[in-house]
Write a protein that binds this ligand. Structure first.
Ligand code: ARG
Length: 464
């Protein structure tokens, strides 16, 4: 047991209690952030004259050496320490002697861990945003390829109107645009540096908090209220919420992939690379990746709920409950990151069955609205046109045919307005190409969107 606070104690902590209290098992993951923060703090202590040049130099070299050794694997993070902060400080002191003991001057683990967490979320957010962008690139490629791939659009999972695969995939591209802008907005609130807030009430040392904030690239400088600074985990919750909404979108997409991959649909065939088999049924090829993405959505929501609940009754300022923030954050981030990258790879290697999609769009009266619109364009009020077309559909069901196969005489029995041109008006291609308003599936409308998406992705190269 190695801890930073033995002085006031007459007995050592119960072994089990010590383990229960320790966070080194998971906060070890923050070593880079912790050392980065310590380097900035030490530089500031030096600049303000709180530490001497020599002390500052010894600390800097010591910390850089620890970081290097941790990264190249020559130094292990020993679990005998309470947390990553204790480990770094003790290792530093072991290496550079008394100067190491001065590193914690004007600092508390409370502002230290608040900083570490902010730095971690900032890095995680940037790398997650890049993963989302790669998924968007896969979608954009498929959208261009399937501008003319007609498929049924659904409402209530019932065939509704024909769309294209390009249009359908575009819906997910849009969700990802919102997801990424949400991340960016979360990032904007990561702009203030909590270091220098001390345990809760600042310190009596003449710290230069502006300097530290600048060194650690916090554009809005130091935080304004030290009590809030050490007890704020809004940014963790916000980030997990952003991840949760990404998971929600991926889960909806997964659900569709699972349905489309079924024998009943056969709209898509997943690559062997991203499918799995059954131990008993030799014929099976299962969409496990998509199912796991759908399943892991619940897990990320769980992380969000855990954090919301942990924070809901924390009296100001720092309380140890907050140590629970790390595992939820790491789990949500790791899970969502794996889901996004695997989902993108699965999509990238999937084969869409254009023929099946087109056939499917041709059944189930997806052109019924267009038949009604045909009458409207010839002067029939929409409500009457709707009813006449409904009767045409009923007649087709009796005859076991589609609207495009109903003889003209049958149409004429329902309304004299029908003419030969009805067949062209309800051909699938007409149904799609006629929907040329902004946002609709026609090739022209989709091409405009694709232009927009391309310049969006180019602009977003510089986003982070
Ligand atoms: N391991 C702690 C955490 O993650 C670090 C802060 C500890 N502060 C304290 N006063 N015990 O929250």
């Amino acid at each position: 047991m190695a801890q930073l606070w033995g002085g006031r104690f007459e007995n050592s902590t119960d072994e089990k209690a010590y383990r229960f209290n320790a966070s080194i098992g998971f906060d070890r993951r923050l070593f880079k952030e912790d050392i980065e923060g310590s380097l900035a703090h030490a530089a500031m202590l030096c600049k303000t004259g709180i530490l001497s040049e020599e002390e500052g130099e010894a600390i800097r070299e010591g910390l850089e050496g620890i970081l290097r050794d941790l990264e190249n694997g020559s130094l292990d993070i020993s679990e005998e320490y309470e947390d990553i902060h204790s480990f770094v400080e003790a290792t530093l002191t072991g290496r550079v002697g008394d100067a190491g003991k001065k590193l914690h001057t004007g600092r508390s683990r409370n502002d230290q861990v608040a900083l570490d967490m902010k730095l971690f979320v900032r890095n995680a957010l940037d790398s997650f945003d890049r993963d989302l962008k790669e998924l968007q690139e896969v979608l954009l490629f498929l959208m261009e390829e399937h501008l003319e791939t007609v498929m049924p659009g659904f409402t209530h999972l019932q065939k509704a109107q024909p769309v294209t695969l390009s249009h359908h995939l575009g819906a997910y591209f849009e969700m990802l645009i919102r997801d990424r802008s949400r991340l960016l907005s979360t990032r904007e609130r990561l702009s203030e540096c909590p270091l220098g807030s001390g345990a809760l009430a600042g310190t009596t040392y003449p710290l230069d908090r502006e300097f530290v904030a600048q060194k650690l690239s916090f554009p809005d400088g130091p935080t304004r209220n030290s009590m809030d600074s050490v007890s704020d985990r809004d940014f963790v919750i916000e980030f997990i919420f952003d991840l949760s909404l990404v998971m929600l979108h991926l889960s909806r997409f997964s659900e569709e992939i699972i349905i489309w991959n079924s024998d009943e649909y056969r709209f898509v065939e997943l690559s062997d690379l991203y499918s799995t088999g059954s131990s008993i049924m030799p014929q099976k090829k299962n969409p496990d990746i998509a199912e796991l993405v759908r399943g892991k959505t619940g897990r990320v929501y769980g992380d969000l709920m855990a954090m919301l609940t942990t924070m809901k009754a924390i009296p100001l300022a720092y309380d140890k409950d907050m140590q629970e923030d790390k595992e939820s954050l790491f789990d949500a981030f790791d899970t969502a990151r794996d889901c996004v990258t695997l989902f993108a790879a699965m999509l990238n290697t999937a084969r869409f069955n254009k023929e099946r999609m087109r056939q499917s769009a041709g059944r189930g009266f997806t052109n019924a609205t267009d038949a009604a619109d045909y009458l409207v364009k010839k002067g029939v009020p929409f409500r009457d046109a709707h009813s006449v077309t409904g009767r045409a559909v009923l007649r087709c069901i009796e005859l076991g045919i589609g609207l495009e196969e109903l003889p003209l005489e049958e149409y004429r029995l329902l309304s004299p307005v029908f003419d030969e041109d009805i067949y062209k008006a309800i051909a699938l291609e007409t149904c799609v190409s006629g929907r040329s308003t902004p946002g609709a599936p026609s090739e022209g409308s989709m091409r405009k969107n694709i232009e927009f998406y391309k310049s969006y992705l180019e602009k977003n190269n510089e986003q982070t």
